[in-house]
Design a protein around this ligand. Sequence first.
Ligand code: ATP
Ligand code: MG
Length: 142
Amino acid sequence: MAEQIGNLTFGIIKPDAVRNGRAGSIIQRITDSGFKLRGMKLIHMTLKEAEGFYAVHAERPFFGELTEFMSSAPCVVLALEKAGAVKAWRDLMGATDPAKADEGTIRKEFATSIGENAVHGSDSEENARIEIAYFFSQLELI
Ligand code: ATP
Ligand code: MG
């Protein structure tokens, strides 16, 4: 990998946003906000891959709905670099429920419901490392 100036976080442009043709607009918002794209690819998760990714939520009532949704269509996975990347990306995403998301956030503009909420972001630096490694090989990161 090239020299890393800021911190890394992991993001997903979820199937609802890709299906609706919003991936380009969301990537533009991300780069306009000062993030560098260190990894980016279009993937279509299997149900098993989605279950592995969201294993922490396995006991939640919405786990089946969530993993079926995440494996329903392609999504864009992202390794993002910026100073304080984890918080900066979650701030740009907005609240999980778009009805509670602040003006100017990606979820306010692009999400349709609490389940189909356009984007994912890591919640800690440790999880960012784990999630980047789940989807990207070293060769795919610049
Ligand atoms: P993400 O992890 O996707 O960035 P988050 O950290 O804001 O979102 P989590 O609590 O980690 O929210 O929930 C993970 C995902 O599970 C949410 O983004 C959403 O897609 C789905 N989810 C959360 N709560 C509900 C719910 N009550 N009903 C349906 N789906 C939900
Ligand atoms: Mg989360």
